[in-house]
Design a binder for this molecule. Structure first.
Ligand SMILES: [Zn+2]
Length: 169
């Protein structure tokens, strides 16, 4: 519900919502923060990270029918370890409306394209923590986007889609 209110503000009073974090125009206005306390994940340190975040975010925003501009001002945190997200204490991604943050656990995937980013952008787009919207469970359409995101990648291509972006009911 907070997300819905936020979008109302994005549409009609941009500064009230979208300026929470100083966004990086190279990645659609997301504010990237890399925190790797365990040093187990190294892909967030690769030089091609930003264009790949942008491309994956574009694919995700398109899946959810969200204009790319709507992620502007959100913080994207790449960290390590399991996350506590609402009642889930073992999440690999979490989106929190109060602080406009998407947090991804980088050591549970080998590249941004395999991370929970597409899933989390869904929470930015529609909120819906219980994953009741059918798009959370559309394995065929999500699988197509997975394939599109991984196409031509040498470091994480060929990884099959088996529901990594789907929401738990
Ligand atoms: Zn979720």
């Amino acid at each position: 519900l907070n997300v819905v209110r936020c979008f109302f503000l994005v549409l009609f009073a941009l500064p009230a919502c979208a300026t929470t974090w100083p966004g990086d125009p190279e990645i659609g206005g997301l504010a990237l923060e890399i925190q790797l306390p365990q040093g187990n994940a190294d892909w967030p340190l690769h030089a091609d990270l930003k264009p790949r975040i942008l491309r994956t975010t574009e694919i995700a925003a398109d899946y959810w029918g969200l204009p790319l501009a709507a992620v502007s001002g959100w913080r994207l945190v790449l960290t390590e370890g399991l996350l506590k997200c609402g009642s889930n204490t073992m999440a690999n991604g979490c989106t929190t409306d109060e602080d406009h943050s998407i947090t991804l656990s980088a050591n549970y995937c080998i590249c941004i394209e395999s991370s929970a980013l597409l899933h989390e952008i869904g929470h930015v787009a529609i909120g819906d923590p219980p994953h009741s919207d059918p798009r959370w469970h559309d394995r065929e359409r999500m699988g197509q986007r997975w394939k599109e995101a991984h196409e031509g990648l040498s470091d994480c291509g060929g990884e099959p889609y088996y529901g990594q972006w789907e929401g738990h009911r």
